[in-house]
Ligand binder design. Sequence first.
Ligand code: COA
Length: 296
Amino acid sequence: MGESPFKASILKGKVALLTGGGSGIGFEISTQFGLHGASVAIMGRRNSVVDSAVQSLRSQGIPAVGFGGDVRNQEDAKRVVESTVKHFGKLDILVNAAAGNFLVSPEDLSPNGFRTVMDIDSVGTFTMCHTALNYLKKGGPGRTDDDTGGLILNISATLHYTASWYQIHVSAAKAAVDAITRNLALEWGTDYDIRVNGIAPGPISDTPGMRKLGPDEIESKRTKELMPLFKLGEKSDIAFAALYLASNAGNYVNGTTLIVDGGLWLSRPRHMAKDEVKMISRLVEKRTRAAPSSKL
Ligand code: COA
């Protein structure tokens, strides 16, 4: 993992609540936020995961608390947001990192399977934002007159920029997440001084997502060669992007989903070797000029 390029105090005094903050990318963001001055609340469905994440944060000197809960349940959302404010006195940053994922072809995916991922990723994200609004808005409970409004950070993906095999449910869900990011940025930025942004990670090593979505294929040398930067991302790459957006450095960034994928979503296989192109490029130009199409 890379060493942080940021000052350790950039989130000093901030309180962050992270759904799915106990494992994978969510836990790395929890840790980096804590190491840069924030107090951290984690929400997750599995108590054992939440408990061990909180212990790990506390052992690094980070003020941390954990709450069991499912983002699909409105009562859980309300209880966790209110418990976070009760514990730390306010809420500055909400990170929606909870997500569901599995590989399946559309014909084998039941409508309920599709709905399950929409419920976790899209409806869950909106539910958490909606529930946290009262505390994130400028002048909300626990905020001083000097405080700006808070920040929402939605973890997205790049699957839906084009199309992705066996990921119709997640593509649809993350497209909705990006729409939520933009619409809330517009409306809540204007009305409540809340910035709303997203991060779209590419393949990040050592995460539950990567273990689920094809470890062998993606880790293989051949696949890496197809990637513009020839490597997978690290969890810290995502956490540092989150730190940028959450800190004052990101003060004027609102409604953006920052792609952190090494350029992968842009990439296409190289159909012709570079040396071949060098050899024939001018030749083809000359030939085309010498024999213009009679149709023109
Ligand atoms: N393939 C096809 N359908 C699947 C599936 C799979 N691998 N896993 C679940 N489903 C379907 C179920 O069949 C069910 O539909 P049905 O009632 O029509 O049969 C529906 O999804 C709900 O399944 P259920 O097991 O009740 O959902 P859950 O709420 O317990 O689990 C998941 C949610 C399925 C998203 C689960 O994978 C999960 O919670 N993952 C969280 C962690 C994660 O994915 N992290 C990686 C993030 S990148």
